[in-house]
Design a protein around this ligand. Structure first.
Ligand code: FAD
Ligand code: DLZ
Ligand code: SF4
Length: 508
């Protein structure tokens, strides 16, 4: 029998990935390929590329030691054809294979590329997720609103996580109201870091030589790059940070890049960890009294709730989702997103740490970089491309619904019932950023005022036809309308002047 080519992509590094389960060790050839097209369809952060290449190389070695025949293309192989379809054709040619088995990629562009191949490619569902496309479709069909909270409850019932029979543990489904504490005085946790081994060093040299001009620092690489390390990082998080995860989930602090977050999204999304082992470990921490319910419920919700829900939205909405722009925002992404050169401390902190770590936590992504882009009216596609490039955990299936939907409201309210916008007050309450900022968070208009303050009202004013009747925003519109004509005019003028300076490329 002729061999078949079994494709394993860079974010499919799971020993039980579906295409591998379909494969025959005695017959088939596994294909893994570092290719220029995947490494450059957006200017990925060098740490993201290094993480994936190192993890891919180590996974290939593991597969070989398990008895598989692996055909691995390195980026600098002279024959490398630069693309996944090109490498498939090359592998088929060499092995005289006429059939390819693949697991569904997490981005439409790659699914389409596989579907257009001149040889048969069987694409199997990626069943590393809790909710299949069909199950999400069933849940979504006939619903007027696709609220995550309802989806999440289904997933709790389905998994039995934190369930006491039919009732949620502790009597409530969601303990979020306990999870909004301002920043602590100091942070007594940090993610587990790993010294680069020989494989990682080799990849770091390659990435440095090829992607040095991309946004992002390669120095100080410390990510886990195999399942063993990722599991140690997970255990470390459960032991040291999970107990306070809930309390400080929304907090932000100067110089504290990780607070009590798990920093496991890149491992989970690449396949080094699975959702079940993560959630079981968290649930155990609750059952043994190590971590409180508000922390464990909040953490599990992110994984079986938000993460699965976002994937459901991406595949349900289809390839045009990333181009949605319901608010018709057209501004270019400000230059400081690429060099952190801004006087606004919150943005400077979030972007600097993104540059250094390829990581920012959820509230930084949503309420600092995302909030600013939305208030300033940046083209959501540009915002989407930025997030897809700069974070180590970013693949379109999870990034796009978070950016286009949750953060930029560009999908018209599929993911969120109202836009996530706020003035400086929210950032001041949840962080210590404002203390040392060049702008004054208490001042609402004029030169030294916090830009988030006037941009917030200008956003509401600009979109009053769309949001004025939204019951969740009625209170804010009443406050806006109660302001004197003079104050409103002042606010709009401050916003206009600021946006003009932004357009002119001034340092803001
Ligand atoms: P923790 O705070 O410790 O949370 C635990 C886990 O829950 C995460 O590892 C992640 O797997 C999951 N999770 C939490 N929130 C979400 C969410 N909203 N959607 C999906 N999964 C979630 N997450 C990505 O994995 N990739 C992305 O490209 C991505 N882009 C984002 C863009 C924006 C604008 C926003 C607002 C959020 C984005 N997120 C993305 C979600 C979230 O910010 C990250 O998952 C989280 O910050 C990763 O850090 P952590 O592992 O420390 O997470
Ligand atoms: C993100 C990424 C990068 C940077 N490089 C590769 C690569 O060289 N080879 C590969 O198989 N996968 C890579 N990936 C991950 C893919 O882009 C990812 O599989 C798709 O975006 C689908 O999620
Ligand atoms: Fe950000 Fe405004 Fe606070 Fe400065 S004052 S850190 S711009 S919220």
């Amino acid at each position: 029998m002729k061999p078949r080519i079994i494709l394993i992509l860079g974010d499919q590094l799971s020993p039980d990935i579906r295409a591998l389960r379909e494969a025959d060790k005695a017959r088939d050839i596994l294909l893994m390929a570092e290719v220029a097209d995947e490494a450059s369809y957006v200017p990925h952060h060098p740490k993201k590329i290094a993480f994936l290449f190192a993890a891919m190389r180590k996974f290939a070695v593991k597969l070989e030691s398990d008895g598989w025949q692996v055909r691995y293309s390195k980026l600098d192989d002279s024959e490398n054809s630069r693309s996944i379809p090109g490498e498939i054709l090359r592998a088929c040619d060499e092995a005289k294979a006429e059939e390819v088995l693949a697991t569904e990629p997490g981005e439409f562009r790659l699914i389409e590329a596989l579907e257009e191949m001149p040889i048969p490619v069987h694409i199997f569902p990626d069943d590393r997720f809790l909710c299949s496309h069909a199950e999400f479709e069933d849940w979504a069909a006939d619903r007027k609103e696709l609220r995550m909270e309802w989806f999440y409850r289904e997933m709790r019932r389905k998994t039995g996580l934190l369930m006491d029979g039919e009732t949620p543990e502790g009597g409530k489904w969601n303990y979020d109201h306990e999870n909004r504490k301002p920043p602590p005085g100091s942070v007594d946790a940090a993610p587990m870091q790993f010294t680069p081994d020989e494989t990682v060093e080799e990849v770091l040299a390659l990435v440095k030589s090829r992607f040095d001009n991309n946004f992002g620092t390669l120095d100080g690489f410390w990510f886990a790059t195999d399942t063993g390390q990722a599991r140690r990082a997970l255990s470390h998080f459960i032991k040291c940070a999970l107990p306070k995860f809930g309390d400080f989930q929304d907090a932000m602090m100067v110089g504290e890049r990780f607070l009590y977050h798990s920093v496991i999204s890149m491992y989970l999304n690449a396949g080094l960890l699975g959702w079940r082992e993560i959630c079981d470990a968290a649930e155990d921490a609750y059952k043994t009294g190590h971590a409180p319910l508000n922390a464990v419920e909040g953490f599990i919700r992110q994984i079986i709730g938000w993460r699965e829900y976002m994937r459901g939205i991406y595949f349900r909405e289809g390839p045009d989702y990333t181009r949605r722009n319901i608010l018709n925002h057209q501004r270019k992404l400000p230059g400081f997103y690429w060099d952190a050169d801004t006087r606004m401390t919150c943005l400077n902190e979030a972007i600097t740490q993104t540059r250094d770590e390829a990581y920012a936590h959820h509230i930084q992504r949503l309420m600092v970089t995302g909030n600013f882009a939305l208030l300033a009216g940046v083209d959501p596609y540009e915002v989407h491309e930025w997030y897809l490039a700069v974070y180590a955990d970013a693949y379109e299936w999870v990034e796009a619904p978070n950016v286009i939907g949750m953060s930029q409201f560009a999908d018209g309210g599929i993911v969120g019932s109202k836009p996530y916008v706020s003035g400086g007050n929210y950032i001041n309450k949840m962080s210590d950023y404002c203390k040392d900022c060049a702008y004054d968070v208490k001042v609402k208009t004029g030169e030294g005022a916090c830009p988030f303050n006037y941009l917030y009202w200008a956003f509401l004013d600009r979109h009053k036809d769309r949001f004025g009747k939204n019951p969740r925003m009625a209170q804010m519109y009443r406050t806006w309308m109660r302001m004197s004509d003079e104050k409103r005019a002042d606010t709009l003028q401050s916003a206009e002047e600021f946006l003009d300076r932004l357009s002119a490329g001034d340092r803001v």
